[in-house]
Ligand binder design. Structure first.
Ligand code: ZN
Ligand code: ZN
Length: 329
């Protein structure tokens, strides 16, 4: 079978590897759709820790073709991948903060994932796809689960103003979740095509810049949700929050990157900075929100490629207007 292997920083190749055999707790999934994530590009550039050689692709769905006796999986069933395998016994896991597990093993970072014809994953946390869901929609379970954690942290209540920074896939999922929470939503991105998608998905307002956003909402937003993961928006985010507001950090800056905020301003206006990391127990809700139509994923798929094209696509910066590229093995 073919797999997209990260061999080291800057070295990504399509290789022929053996089809995996399941251990007692594992399932082997024939991958039907795998999304390319910004994290894959961070891994390629060495900006996010991983342990190569490793097959990339932590956002995928497919059909179980082999199941270990204790896996709980059923051959023929469609599942998504929950890429984070927490240990269950460290102090954070014992407090229920499994996304902070200090022994977490992430599929696609520390062990092989789904940018391949087949993937070996633990059967236990692999969430089954609801009846009739396409594998492509199922591949959004992971990014939506992460975004959902961010919205849980934001604690929006109906009638509040939510400003989403960044029009990539996380930003456009956040727009839909904030709308579903009853907030009035503004998306800020310089890309006109992404503003149009956001308006179609429930954003009442869009802005091309932070300055334009503040002209539209001079008092700022109750919740600013940073989904761009770039220094400029991360730096500006607190200034876009209302007095007593909060900034939710979902965007991933490269490890080691720094931004400057003014603690005096954060203190006097009581603006909270709230990071939201990965997906603690949010995958099933994410799949439910896709299944019941609250969150649309089809408008977010802008490109479909083969495994052959994947190394070059991951190595290159995303083209303007690109939202989600799906690998269809
Ligand atoms: Zn991802
Ligand atoms: Zn743990």
């Amino acid at each position: 079978m073919q797999a997209i292997r990260l061999l080291g920083v800057g070295d990504l190749q399509r290789q022929e590897v053996a089809v995996p055999e399941p251990g007692p707790g594992d399932v082997v999934v024939q991958v039907e759709a795998a999304g390319i994530c910004g994290t894959d590009r961070h891994l390629f550039h060495g900006e996010f820790p991983s342990t190569p050689p490793v097959t990339l692709g932590h956002e995928f769905a497919g059909r179980i073709v082999a199941a270990g006796a204790a896996s709980g999986g059923r051959v023929g069933a469609r599942v998504a991948c929950d890429p984070n395998i927490f240990c269950g016994i460290c102090p954070e896991c014992r407090k229920g903060r499994v996304n902070l597990c200090r022994a977490n093993v992430a599929i696609g970072l520390q062990r092989d994932a789904g940018s391949a014809d087949y993937a070996l994953i633990p059967g236990h946390p692999a969430p089954p796809l609801p009846q009739g869901m396409t594998p492509e929609a199922g591949a959004f379970a992971e990014p939506l689960a992460c975004t959902l954690h961010g919205l849980d942290v934001a604690r929006l209540v109906p009638g509040e103003r939510a400003m989403v920074l960044g029009g990539g896939v996380i930003g456009l999922l956040a727009v839909q979740l904030a709308r579903a929470a009853g907030a009035e939503v503004m998306l800020v991105t310089r890309h006109p095509a992404k503003r149009a998608v956001a308006e179609a998905l429930g954003a009442r307002l869009t802005a091309a810049s932070a300055a334009e956003a503040l002209r539209l909402w001079p008092g700022g937003a109750d919740a600013v949700i940073e989904c761009a993961g770039v220094e400029e928006t991360m730096t500006r985010a607190p200034a876009l929050a209302a007095r007593g507001g909060r900034v939710v950090v979902l965007g991933v800056l490269a490890q080691g990157a720094r931004v400057s905020w003014e603690p005096f301003d954060l203190l006097l206006r009581e603006v909270a900075i709230l990071p939201a990391f990965i997906n603690p127990f949010t995958q099933s809700r994410a799949l439910e929100l896709i299944a019941n139509g609250t969150v649309q994923t089809a408008p977010l798929v802008t490109r479909r490629i083969s495994l052959t094209d994947a190394p070059a696509v991951i190595a290159a910066p995303p083209p303007p207007g690109d939202i989600k590229t799906m690998i269809l093995p």
